[in-house]
Design a protein around this ligand. Structure first.
Ligand code: GDG
Length: 522
């Protein structure tokens, strides 16, 4: 296949539907925890849906339209799901979550167990059996919805850590479908992953896919190691060759490194690859070149007092993003007089996120106390060194902020990719600006011309901020040019295309020759 659209005429050889859940008529199905829409109030108070801005939607929208695909997801509100509906040429099918499931599955197992565990336990993960039970229940509901939509021989693309059991559950019911799974967040080292009481079930669930995609080689390697360790712990399990690793990016010419591991006893080949996600670079560039957006960027600088250097951080307010490390480094630079509030201003956009989860509430308090302390110590009347915005902005305003900023600060302690770094680069059409980028982001693998930092090393971070704030136009241009080339050529369309191409090349779905061979005894 070329062009990223699955060949929907292909049918699995000799595989009748063996599903108690039924069979649909859709050749391409996406399952992601959220539907790609936001609910808004219509003019007469009626419910309306608007496509939510985001890279995944813009990458998949054309593919969904060409393939007449269906997107399965949760609307974001507790209660019954909406009836299937169409938005922007996409067919959307809602999966409902009760209020208890929002608490136990979404806020609990997804955001207070898996999220901290997969981000190297920056916050301690919590393990609760009722949360796990809700995770199993909701994953089964998603798998069932996918089975009911997928035609015989369909391609099903499952997304992220919220749905790791879906590939295995779907495979049990539908041996005819081709299943791809992409994990947007890191996959942790085995010593951390092994803490999870349900690690074996997660590995089994993931191995239901034909192709598993990760952001970085390290994530894929961690997953393979978890497979091998899980297999070793199993008391039985027939010989299988899984998984084979491959590179999702042919142009980087990383040779496919085939590995064999006796893992699951499923009798199927599973492939594992690295597919770094990206943004719709052309769309960002276009927004950033609009006259209104450029004028807004000037207005922002003016509102900040036209300082010599505008520094910018934009993140969801999440403990993985290293917001406190960034604040501490900036605060020390002010205390030491290496930066003054008159010459440098930090704009800190921290969009509200997961506000009902305890760690997020604590983090918000810590960030706000720290901002208050730094501003209290260093502000002059009418001249605050930090402009803190706990708000969400339209994409145009984001682009204007990117244009207004001389220095972009991305200081994540752990981040699957970090799209903000790529968005900043895409907006800098005049090749100015400097990106300070944590080496613990997936983006650091691709944007080697950024000023790479270890955010735990506050002295190193301070030096990098000063270096970025005083960079020569020539050096900034050289660095930005090379990053822009990468982001332009490897956009989100390229990502989706390479993943779907690789999925199509995975061995054809086969009738299982033996039992699904559950691993046992971890
Ligand atoms: C996960 C992984 C991986 C933020 N505030 C506003 C807003 N945003 C947009 C940004 C960017 C997106 O949200 C955030 O993406 P990141 O990649 O930075 O981070 P996560 O949300 O943690 O995403 C991450 C990603 O999945 C994709 O695989 O890169 O590692 O953690 O696009 O622009 N957008 C608007 N207003 C805001 O106020 N419009």
């Amino acid at each position: 296949m070329t062009g990223g659209v699955p060949d929907l005429t292909e049918k699995a050889q000799g595989n009748g539907p063996d599903s108690a859940w039924g069979v649909g008529d859709c050749g391409f199905v996406v399952a992601a925890s959220r539907l790609p829409v936001d609910q808004v109030d219509g003019p007469e108070g009626q419910v309306e849906w608007r496509p939510s801005p985001g890279g995944l939607v813009s990458a998949l929208e054309p593919i969904m339209r060409d393939a007449d695909g269906v997107w399965i997801g949760w609307s974001g509100a507790a209660g019954d799901p909406p009836q299937p509906f169409d938005v922007a040429g996409m067919h959307l099918v809602g999966v409902g979550l009760s209020a208890d499931e929002v608490r136990d599955y979404y806020e609990g197992f997804c955001n207070a167990t898996l999220w901290p565990l997969y981000h190297d336990v920056i916050a301690p993960p919590e393990f609760h059996r009722p949360w796990w039970e809700a995770y199993v229940r909701v994953n089964r509901r998603f798998a069932q919805a996918a089975a009911q939509q997928a035609a015989i021989g369909a391609t099903v693309w499952v997304h992220d850590y919220q749905l790791q059991l879906v590939p295995g559950m779907l495979r049990e019911q539908r041996s005819d479908v081709r299943i791809g799974m992409f994990t947007h967040i890191p996959f942790p080292g085995y010593e951390i992953f092994a803490q999870l009481p349900w690690r074996r079930q997660i590995i089994e669930g993931l191995l239901g896919a034909d192709l598993l995609g990760f952001q970085r080689h390290g994530d894929a390697a961690n997953f393979l190691r978890a497979c091998r360790r899980t297999a070793r712990l199993a008391t039985r399990g027939s010989l299988v060759r899984v998984p084979a690793t491959m590179s999702g990016d042919a142009r980087t010419a990383v040779a496919a490194q085939r590995q064999a591991a006796d893992v699951s006893g499923t009798g199927r080949d599973v492939r594992v690859g690295t597919f770094p996600i990206s943004i719709d670079s052309a769309a960002f560039e276009k927004i950033a070149s609009r006259e209104t957006v450029r004028a807004r960027a000037k207005e922002i600088r003016h509102a900040l007092g036209n300082p010599r250097v505008v520094l910018l951080g934009i993140d969801r307010l999440d403990y993985t993003k290293g917001i406190l490390h960034r604040l501490n480094a900036y605060g020390e630079l002010l205390s030491e007089g290496r930066l003054t509030p008159a010459e440098a201003v930090l704009v800190l956009v921290a969009s509200p996120s997961r506000e009902r989860v305890e760690h997020y509430r604590v983090l918000r308090d810590e960030v706000e106390v720290t901002v208050g302390r730094i501003n209290g110590e260093h502000a002059e009347l009418g001249n605050a060194p930090i402009h803190y915005l706990h708000q969400t902005y339209p994409r145009e305003e984001m682009a204007a902020l990117y244009l207004a900023a001389d220095v972009m600060l991305v200081t994540s302690l752990r981040d699957g990719m970090n799209l903000v770094a790529k968005e900043y680069v895409a907006c800098r059409r005049d090749e100015t600006g400097a990106l300070v980028l944590s080496e613990f982001t997936g983006a650091a693998d691709e944007l080697g011309s950024a000023l790479l930092v270890n955010p735990h090393d506050i002295e190193g971070l301070k030096d990098a901020i000063i270096r970025a704030a005083t960079i020569s136009p020539g050096e900034a241009k050289r660095r930005m040019r090379s990053m822009r080339r990468r982001v332009r050529e490897h956009d989100v369309g390229h990502w989706a295309e390479t993943f779907l191409d690789a999925l199509e090349q995975a061995p054809a779905p086969a009738v299982l020759t033996e039992s699904t061979g559950q691993l046992s005894g971890s």
